[in-house]
Write a protein that binds this ligand. Structure first.
Ligand code: ADP
Length: 275
């Protein structure tokens, strides 16, 4: 889909974002999109104005998790209107999450995006600048695994002081040592680009048993906490492997009342206090 373009109208005032939060992981499948979605929902449920930007151009999973597949963005005089997801049952009436993803621009959900770096860079820049985010307390950014052109592009598009007031990264890892090793590279990337790391989240940490409400540890655990200690970073918390959460994500019910776990709410509180 090389013809994809966000046509910008004249006179856009650009985003007014308080805090940009990049969610990072060293490799795919550790739950970065899951953490991004849960964090964004928990912040929105708590009454903040939240945008969720999916810049995983080659593997966007946010539309599927939120049941927004098939949604399209349209243009208004101020730019492209992100998908507005109403959050029933939130603390404040009319709570919603604003969502933007390449998935809303593709004809078919399995259409591949095969672009070279400059085109990706340009699309990510447009996602930040040319989308009518309005005023946001938080823009949560779900990034691709590793350190990519998209990471550099989003940082370039979000200079502190003009595009956002502050920005930081949340690094996601699983407890196993391999994923922990991968996340070290992300931390180096943050150090080199001057991006503050708010802390580390350990996902799939233990198993939340649907029968007895207990939590067991089928794999090793504590790698994220160890890494946080070794790097002198805050440990933000754990999300257990939760079969009911996995089912909600698969069925596009991530915004449903049953999906938002209490560990995710604690995580959002923890992130907010680290800023
Ligand atoms: P990534 O964005 O790092 O590639 P995802 O967030 O897409 O990873 O997660 C990969 C898969 O693992 C998804 O199918 C998701 O539903 C599942 N998953 C992630 N975290 C959890 C969790 N805490 N409990 C249960 N399933 C999870």
């Amino acid at each position: 889909p090389t013809s994809l373009q966000l046509q910008m109208s004249e006179g856009s005032s650009g985003p007014r974002i308080d805090t940009a939060l990049l969610v990072l992981s060293g490799k795919g499948g550790v739950g970065k999109s899951t953490v991004s979605v849960q964090l964004a929902l928990a912040l929105a449920q708590a009454g903040h104005r939240v945008g969720l930007l999916d810049i995983d151009l080659c593997g966007p999973s946010v539309p599927r998790m939120l049941g927004l597949e098939g949604q399209r963005v349209h243009q208004c005089p101020e730019g492209w209107v992100p998908v507005h997801l109403r959050l029933p049952g939130a603390a404040s009436d009319g709570a919603e999450l604003l969502v933007m993803s390449i998935g809303f621009l593709l004809e078919g959900r399995d259409d591949p995006v095969i672009w070279r770096g400059p085109k990706k860079t340009s699309m990510v820049g447009q996602f930040v600048r040319d989308v009518h985010w309005q005023r946001l307390d938080y823009l949560v950014v779900d990034t691709p695994p590793g350190t990519t052109d998209e990471h550099l592009a989003v940082l370039e598009a979000l200079p502190v002081g003009s595009a956002c007031r502050r920005r930081g990264a949340v690094a996601v890892t699983t407890p196993q040592i391999v994923a922990v090793g991968d996340v070290r590279r992300e931390l180096d990337f943050c150090a080199k680009t001057g991006l503050a790391v708010l802390g580390i989240v350990e996902n799939m940490s233990g198993f939340a048993c649907p029968h007895c409400a207990g939590c067991s540890n089928p794999f090793s655990s504590g790698g994220g906490r160890e890494l946080a200690r070794a790097k002198a970073l805050p440990f933000l918390g754990c999300l257990p492997i939760d079969p009911s959460l996995a089912a909600c994500l698969d069925e596009g019910q991530a915004a449903g009342a049953k999906a938002l776990s209490s560990p995710a709410q604690l995580l959002a509180q923890e992130v907010a206090t680290r800023l």
